[in-house]
Design a protein around this ligand. Structure first.
Ligand code: B12
Ligand code: SF4
Ligand code: SF4
Length: 266
């Protein structure tokens, strides 16, 4: 039988070995893993909150029970490379973005195969690696599911902040595991939301996309596109359904709102 500890160990060990590969320059910290109830009322609400096209776990597996969500934190060393003011991301940031997305594909494939060997079913939403280039939303939101899996809470930087911070990336796998699901957190990890202080991310955002009133994804996207123009050499890990053709040209990154802020690593 697969328990939560075994799956958590599998993800952590896979990542440790992956970063020793010769062609990988990225280093990651130990991942956090959460288990969301695939039939949680908040998941069922995603069609209303995000869009009618948002995929439901039961559209991926016939009888889903648990969505595994995991957060892979970046290192402080990587964050430091990207802390310069302005809207130009560091090349290390762009490269790690691509390498992390590529790693997710391989790690998820490994998890799915291992679960199948044990008699379970598992799958990913192909929608998660692509997004509507006009509306700038995806039909599969990793971090809404990660929130339901108890991994973190949303900050005013519009990132999901975990107990290890928000400087890192998420992925999710839908399964029919028979484990007890984790619950969303009651606390607020964002200092502005919990205590009315901080706001550093708003000050740092070079495009005015972040304000205390909300987040403007179009303004943010302009900055990401500018960086994509600069960084085309690290590949295109954001692929469309089935991973056939690229959803973007260049690395659409910025990340000034997740580095050098109080919630980057805690
Ligand atoms: C489309 C997309 C973009 C677009 C649009 C951004 C956006 N936020 O919508 C662009 C290209 C501009 C972009 C930029 C960035 N992105 Co992006 N992006 C995505 C993608 C593919 C889909 C996001 C989406 O559609 N969400 C649905 C919309 C409607 O939700 P939303 O904008 O998040 O808004 C909701 C929340 O704010 C939420 N919310 C806010 N407060 C609260 C409180 C509660 C209680 C609840 C329930 C909800 C809630 O309510 C809003 C409406 O539902 C995801 C990967 C994925 N498939 O999940 C990555 C993702 C969100 N991006 C990520 C990152 C890191 C970035 C960048 C830092 C770029 C970079 N890597 O350098 C910037 C940061 C921008 C920002 N501050 O939000 C990470 C976030 C990691 C984290 N710690 O949260 C993700 C999850 C990718 C990943 N695999 O980890 N991104
Ligand atoms: S930088 Fe401060 S205000 Fe912004 S999300 Fe993090 S804790 Fe909240
Ligand atoms: S990634 Fe963050 S800091 Fe950069 S433009 Fe978007 S919201 Fe602002």
């Amino acid at each position: 039988m697969m328990d939560k500890k075994t799956i958590t160990n599998m993800i952590q060990t896979y990542l440790q070995n992956y970063q020793n590969k010769a062609d990988i320059t990225s280093q990651w910290s130990e991942p956090l893993v959460g288990f969301a109830d695939a039939n949680h009322p908040d998941i069922l609400k995603l069609k209303d909150i995000i869009s009618q096209q948002h995929v439901m776990p039961h559209e991926i597996l016939k009888k889903p029970t648990i969505v595994i969500a995991y957060f892979v934190p970046f290192t402080k060393e990587l964050a430091d490379t990207n802390k310069a003011a302005g809207d130009v991301a560091s090349p290390e940031w762009a490269r790690t973005y691509e390498e992390t997305n590529g790693m997710f594909g391989e790690l998820n494939h490994y998890l799915i195969e291992e679960l199948k060997k044990m008699g379970y079913e598992a799958g990913i939403s192909k929608e998660s690696t692509t997004f509507d280039r006009e509306k700038l939303i995806s039909n599969w939101s990793h971090r809404h599911i990660a929130r339901i899996a108890g991994l973190g809470t949303f900050g005013i930087n519009n990132m999901l902040i975990t107990k290890k911070g928000c400087c890192g990336r998420y992925s999710t796998v839908v399964t029919n595991l028979d484990v007890v699901p984790d619950q969303p957190l009651d606390d607020e990890y964002c200092l502005y939301k919990s205590k009315g202080i901080c706001g550093v991310c708003v000050k740092r955002c070079p495009s005015g996309a972040l304000t205390f009133a909300g987040y403007d994804r179009k303004k943010c996207f302009q900055v990401c596109l500018k960086n994509a123009d600069l960084y085309k050499e690290f590949g295109d890990s954001y692929l469309d359904e089935g991973g056939k053709s690229s959803n973007s040209v260049g690395s659409e990154v910025c990340g000034k709102c997740v580095v050098n802020v109080p919630c980057s690593f805690k």
